[in-house]
Design a protein around this ligand. Structure first.
Ligand code: NG1
Length: 411
């Protein structure tokens, strides 16, 4: 994990002096991310293709000589948290942001018997509950801080797996994409991520490409209302896999029993696999299966389209991804569909919901010649109509493919 340029803006230092007193000794930072394609595939062990954002969570901190963690947040909506590090820390009520602070502490204590806490102040410009992974940015920034001050190794790939396990603490049965890209991203690159074992293949984002992020303004709080819907999707995917794998083995479409999505996808082409699925699945289980398998194929294709700098081809895959998420995976919303349509009307090569869905953000692909029109059309046709032009830079921006998390000594 390379340290990026020193970043300790005055506001964060002033907040530290005000809330903790004196000066911080370290800065831990972890970015949010935008997923370009590959949605609801990570927890099925199938690939994703995200990139880290220029927006991040930063924690200015000073280690303590005991096991207390005291963390203040510069955003008023988020009360200060204070707890002792121990394995299996009792959680706050469901939905409390402090659980994202306790999550890495509990996991690192369980695995590595860490004990040293810190006091610090957290500042973030990653939009919350918008599908840009503000939650994993908090988990990673806290985790990285605790790992460093307790001298636990934090090589990005293995640490990402630890942090992915850690985040299960909040109750959402998420996959490993967010922790991996936030820790392992490279400047100017997106990464194709594969799982079990975790691997990142960094792909240069063509200079002309502009990924526009547009927030619908509808929150999708996966630690609250959307949690049950998200966890249900995961269960349905597991059930669909069991059915299809059993069928494939019984009718001898393939010679051996495949027990994971990657095995099934590798054993036959998408068409044959979907035909086999239609023999045994109906209704929502068939829809979930079809989304997951077709989305995995789109990820492979999208990586090739990016290498070829084929903006039209990549955009078409994003459109197909959105259609599949809407009609087969049932995670879109009227606002997400509207923003996708408006972005296309403005000249985007393609657009889709990003993150888990149920609200949150859309990602649209433009190039340097069309990006102005995409942004203007979104402002005129979505944000102005809904009187949402205040804080527009937080709601609508061009994503800069950025480097992963860092931890540095200050002063
Ligand atoms: P968001 O909605 O951005 O938090 C979630 C999961 C991912 C992945 C996507 C859907 C967590 C922390 N993140 O992302 O692992 O499954 O949904 O592709 O649960």
């Amino acid at each position: 994990m390379t340290a990026s340029a020193p970043f300790a803006p005055d506001a964060l230092l002033a907040a530290f002096d005000d809330r903790v007193g004196g000066v911080p000794t370290h800065l831990s930072r972890a970015p949010g991310r935008v997923n370009l394609i590959g949605e609801h595939t990570d927890y099925n062990d199938l690939p994703v293709f995200p990139m880290a954002l220029q927006r991040d969570v930063r924690i200015a901190l000073r280690p303590r000589d005991d096991s207390l963690v005291v963390l203040h947040n510069t955003a008023e909506d988020f009360p200060s948290v204070e707890f002792e590090i121990e394995p299996d820390i009792p959680p706050y009520v469901q939905g409390a942001w402090g659980n994202y602070v306790k999550a890495p502490a509990s996991e690192l204590a369980r695995r590595f018997a860490i004990w040293r806490g810190f006091e610090g102040v957290l500042q973030s410009d990653v939009p919350v509950a918008s599908g840009l992974s503000s939650s994993s940015a908090v988990v990673n920034a806290v985790g990285l801080a605790l790992a460093h001050i307790n001298e636990v190794g934090s090589e990005p790939r293995s640490f990402a797996e630890v942090m992915a396990d850690a985040e299960q603490y909040v109750g959402t049965r998420g996959g490993g994409m967010d922790q991996a890209i936030s820790l392992g991203a490279r400047n100017r690159h997106a990464a194709k991520i594969t799982f079990s074992p975790l691997r990142l293949r960094h792909v240069n984002v063509p200079d002309d490409w502009c990924f526009v992020v547009a927030d619908t303004g509808k929150r999708a709080e996966k630690s609250k209302a959307a949690m049950a819907a998200y966890n249900l999707r995961r269960k349905e995917c597991e059930e669909a896999l069991r059915e299809v794998a059993g069928h494939v083995a019984t009718v001898n479409i393939s010679e051996k029993l495949h027990t994971s999505y990657p095995e099934l996808v590798a054993a036959m082409d998408t068409g044959t696999l979907l035909e086999a699925a239609e023999d045994v699945l109906t209704g929502n289980l068939l829809r979930r299966f079809r989304h997951v398998v077709s989305e995995a194929a789109r990820v492979e294709e999208a990586v090739d389209r990016m290498y070829a700098a084929d903006v039209t081809g990549f955009g078409a895959l994003m459109d197909a991804s959105h259609a599949s998420l809407r009609t087969d995976f049932h995670v879109s919303s009227s606002e997400l569909d509207e923003v996708v349509a408006v972005a296309r009307e403005g000249g985007a090569a393609g657009a889709r919901l990003t993150g888990a869905g149920f609200g949150g953000c859309v990602v649209a692909l433009a190039d340097r010649w069309t990006v102005g029109s995409v942004l203007e059309t979104l402002v005129a046709e979505y944000y102005e109509r809904r009187q949402m032009v205040d804080r527009i830079d937080d709601r609508l921006f061009v994503a800069v493919p950025s480097s992963g998390a860092s931890f540095q000594e200050l002063g």
